[in-house]
Design a protein around this ligand. Structure first.
Ligand code: C5P
Length: 403
């Protein structure tokens, strides 16, 4: 089941002004078909009413330790038994202190103390409260218990202060939750991924580019991170947000992409070149806008460097090198040719002619071509396709020497 669909999340809301954002997070979880139960502290109710959360979750909200309504007895033990993970958002300095000291003086802290499931804490508070050694010490202590943190962001806070302490973006919390349900099988690996098109300028206004959206490369980056890898993503111009927890290097041209990739490739365990690099660029760049007064225009193009072929010629030790091939015909033949010509370990062949595969769609159908038998995957979301590619990379890394 993709994403957080079907996952049972206990959302603990505590008394920060950011409690209103938790309502939005709840909406996102429900939209993704997660099953969410909400527990609120008394202070949280001062900011947002339980009615907001019960209306959005479709379930009663848990608030009181001592409620004796039917079905709610022993909620402090039972709530976590019925969930896959606990998400505390926003988490105040007070709640973090309570949890760090094993206190059980309200329903939420009691539930967490009794829990045997992963706990994700998203702090939100004034920046001085956050940087105070007491809070920092509490956070370190909770980390030592195995609790997960989603680092707060920086910016203008509700108290007027500018600094750290803003509740993290939902995207970062979602990635953390997703990582809990994944194996850590890429942990310790450094992964370098390229994505998107490149843009080759003709003049200050115009450029040559292609239809690549970057979605496949970004899906590869997110899924690798969730599985524990350290990820660097070198991205051409795309309309996608930077994935959380990933170093994103933005480039425009093939030359820039080459430079950034070559600077980093030697230390990467895996390089995946999913970018649609422009094969040619204009031989001259016009410093001023080319005028339309002339009757026609001849473009003189020169070849761009083939980054993948350059990496294939170098072959850094023990590095797995993965290329992509966007093809409109003879997929297997073209994939085989690129595998050998570019000297790589794996070629992922995309069909760019199908309406549900290739450029700028959410799904993909690819064939994985290595020196063994080619495997055609079913039509999958780009993230599911990315996970299958990582499975294949792990298989290639674990193949016996000489195979
Ligand atoms: O030869 P072709 O462009 O079809 O090969 C595609 C693969 O080569 C992709 O992995 C792409 O990222 C890479 N490539 C590259 N530099 C180029 C052209 C393609 O790295 N100039």
């Amino acid at each position: 089941m993709p994403g957080l669909s079907g996952k049972r999340i206990l959302l603990g809301v505590t008394g920060s002004i950011a409690a209103y954002k938790a309502a939005d997070w709840l909406r996102s979880l429900v939209r993704e078909e997660a099953v969410v139960t909400v527990a609120m502290t008394e202070a949280a109710e001062r900011f947002v009413t339980p009615l907001t959360f019960s209306a959005l979750s479709g379930q009663a909200v848990y608030r009181d330790m001592f409620a004796d309504e039917p079905g709610r007895v022993m909620a402090h033990i039972n709530l976590s038994r019925e969930a896959d993970a606990i998400l505390v958002a926003p988490a105040t300095a007070q709640t973090i202190a309570r949890l760090a000291h094993g206190m059980a003086d309200n329903l939420l802290s009691s539930v967490i103390l009794a829990a045997r499931i992963p706990v994700v804490i998203c702090p939100a508070m004034n920046s001085f409260m956050l940087s105070h050694p007491a809070t920092q010490g509490n956070i370190r202590r909770l980390e030592s218990f195995g609790y997960h943190f989603v680092q707060p962001g920086s910016g203008k806070l509700a108290c007027g202060e500018i600094g750290d302490g803003r509740l993290a973006d939902w995207d970062a919390a979602r990635e953390k939750l997703l990582s809990l349900f994944q194996p850590d099988d890429l942990k310790g690996q450094t992964v370098l991924i390229t994505a998107g098109p490149t843009r080759e300028a003709l003049d200050p206004v115009r450029f040559l580019s292609n239809r690549s959206s970057g979605k496949m490369g970004f899906a590869l980056a997110r899924t690798a991170r969730r599985r524990g890898a350290e990820v660097t993503l070198v991205a051409g111009p795309v309309q996608l947000p930077d994935p959380p927890g990933i170093e994103v290097v933005h480039v425009a041209t093939a030359e820039e992409m080459r430079r950034e990739v070559m600077d980093r490739a030697a230390t990467a365990d895996v390089v995946v070149k999913s970018a649609a690099v422009a094969d040619f660029r204009p031989s001259v760049y016009a410093n001023h806008k080319i005028k339309k007064s002339q009757q026609g225009l001849q473009l003189d193009l020169i070849k761009n460097p083939d980054i993948l072929a350059e990496l294939g010629a170098k072959r850094f030790k023990r590095q797995i090198l993965v290329g992509f091939a966007a093809e409109s015909r003879d997929h297997a033949g073209e994939g085989q040719r690129k595998l050998r010509e570019k000297n790589v370990d794996l070629v992922v062949v995309n069909d760019i002619m199908g309406a549900t595969t290739g450029f700028d769609v959410e799904t993909n159908q690819v064939t994985l071509i290595d020196y063994g038998e080619a495997v055609t995957l079913p039509l999958l979301s780009k993230e599911e396709t990315a996970d299958r590619i990582w499975d294949k990379v792990l298989q290639l890394q674990n193949r016996p020497a000489g195979a």
